[in-house]
Design a protein around this ligand. Structure first.
Ligand code: PHE
Length: 460
């Protein structure tokens, strides 16, 4: 049964479709776009990666995004509540997503705190001429006397600040906090990152970087792990299967064009991903040329890209400090709006379950999260936790829950026809049989293959 608007009013709502779209883009555009996509594309066929990527986007990503929207918009609850309203006994699927969000938030906060610190480090190039030794041997060992020159507060204060900022936004609520912060930050991000990309394109060696990224390796198309990478990237990047989109769409007024919004969000996210690929590889091309090596020797992703390769680029490039500030500032902003969305999933679930006010739920949820992240990341072991959590979540957490919920919704509960009607209502896009076939057959088959493969890669 769907729930009347009145009951939802107390939970908070986005003031317009535009604000919802900004919030959804804010969640989607995050660390994954900037530090994950460029390398995944490069490693998996370069220019040829476009094909599996678009196939995964159109046959699984967008259809699943619509499914998440339908759940939240129709049942008007957090992930567990929406599942519970759909059918008793499926609430657990929602709590699984809440658990994943809880874990991601803990490490996302740490990475953002590092980016805050590195925004400042960029000005003086505090890492000297050994960025790698500085990051792993000094910065991450902060507070360890005799080993590190960084005092422990050098890491803890930024982490605390990140949490305070997140809590402040979440306390402000759905529209004034979540919605407004994304509507402000996303345009700022696009401008800051746009300047960074243009600057990078003028560095010597940029063309070689782009060549390395875009030269297609058509042979990759027959490699199943390349397809697996495309599906994994799409799901992580669109923030689907985490309960985020269920939660956010529960705050959208009835009779809103949800499919139209989904297409905007999907293409905006991929557009930003492409932009990041260009910026990052232009900068890597510069670094390769400056050191007389091939782009392949310097290309990397994640922590190595942000905290080792970029500092080296910043040290060597003309006007490097500007590049550094723009790069790390972009990471902070992009990460912030994503992190707000993950924590909101947990808050919303706790509020719905225990009928708490936003303020109480926010405090009850964020204090333990912040404490765990402060404890883990004031010690070096944090980085190993990060690796394990990241791998586990990407490979199994999300894709598995995605397949299970697609199968349960389409074959177990047979709700897709009602969902298609709900989605099509008020939209110029007819979410008809094509969507039901994608969600019930095409996407699950794709995902099961991908899951099987990555499992095989792990045990092999
Ligand atoms: N979509 C975000 C990104 O691309 C990552 C993210 C995943 C954020 C899950 C929140 C939850 O970085």
């Amino acid at each position: 049964e769907s729930v009347p608007d009145g009951a939802a009013a107390k939970r908070g709502a986005f003031s317009s479709r535009g604000v919802f779209i900004f919030a959804a883009i804010g969640s989607a555009v995050g660390l994954g776009n900037i530090w994950r996509f460029p390398y995944v594309a490069y490693e998996n066929g370069g220019g040829a990666f476009v094909i599996p990527y678009i196939v995964a986007l159109l046959t699984a990503g967008i259809p699943f995004l619509f499914l998440d929207y339908a759940m939240g918009h129709r049942f008007r609850g957090s992930a567990p509540l929406s599942f519970a309203r759909l059918r008793r006994g499926t609430e657990g699927l929602g709590w699984w997503q809440v658990g994943i969000c809880f874990m991601i938030a803990i490490y996302y906060a740490a990475v953002m705190a590092w980016a805050v610190r590195y925004t400042i480090f960029s000005v003086t190039k505090a890492w000297g001429d050994d960025p790698e030794g500085f990051f792993f041997g000094d910065f991450l060992k902060a507070g360890d006397p005799g080993v590190s020159t960084t005092p422990v507060w050098g890491v803890l204060i930024p982490l605390l600040l990140v949490w305070v900022a997140i809590v402040a936004v979440l306390l402000l609520g759905v529209q004034k906090g979540v919605g407004a912060s994304s509507a402000i930050f996303i345009p700022i991000l696009v401008v800051a990152f746009g300047i960074l990309v243009v600057r990078s394109l003028f560095l010597p060696g940029a063309a070689e970087g782009l060549d390395a990224l875009f030269t297609p390796n058509w042979g990759a198309l027959t490699d199943p792990t390349v397809w697996a990478a495309a599906y994994g990237q799409i799901f992580f990047s669109l923030s689907i299967g985490f309960g985020i989109m269920i939660t956010y769409s529960s705050y959208v007024h009835k009779h809103t064009d949800m499919p139209g919004s989904g297409l905007v969000v999907g293409f905006a996210n991929s557009g930003f991903e492409l932009l990041a690929g260009i910026g990052v590889f232009a900068a890597l091309g510069f670094m390769a040329q400056a050191n007389g090596v091939a782009v392949g020797d310097v290309a990397t992703s994640g922590i190595g890209l942000a905290f080792v390769a970029f500092p080296a680029i910043i040290s060597e490039a003309p006007a490097g400090a500007l590049i550094g500030v723009l790069f790390f500032f972009s990471l902070v902003i992009a990460g912030f709006t994503s992190m707000v969305s993950i924590v909101e999933v947990v808050i919303s679930a706790v509020r719905d379950k225990f009928e708490m006010t936003r303020t109480r739920a926010t405090i009850a949820v964020t204090i333990p999260m912040a404490l765990v992240s402060l404890v883990f990341f004031s010690t070096t072991s944090g980085i190993y936790v990060l690796d394990i959590v990241d791998h586990f979540i990407n490979q199994f957490g999300i894709l598995l829950v995605a397949v299970i919920s697609m199968l349960v919704l389409s074959w177990g509960l047979r709700v897709l026809p009602t969902f298609s009607d709900h989605l099509s209502d008020g939209s110029s896009i007819v979410v008809g049989a094509w969507w039901r076939i994608l969600v019930s057959i095409v996407a699950p088959i794709g995902l099961v293959l991908v899951l099987g493969l990555s499992f095989w890669e792990d045990v092999k």
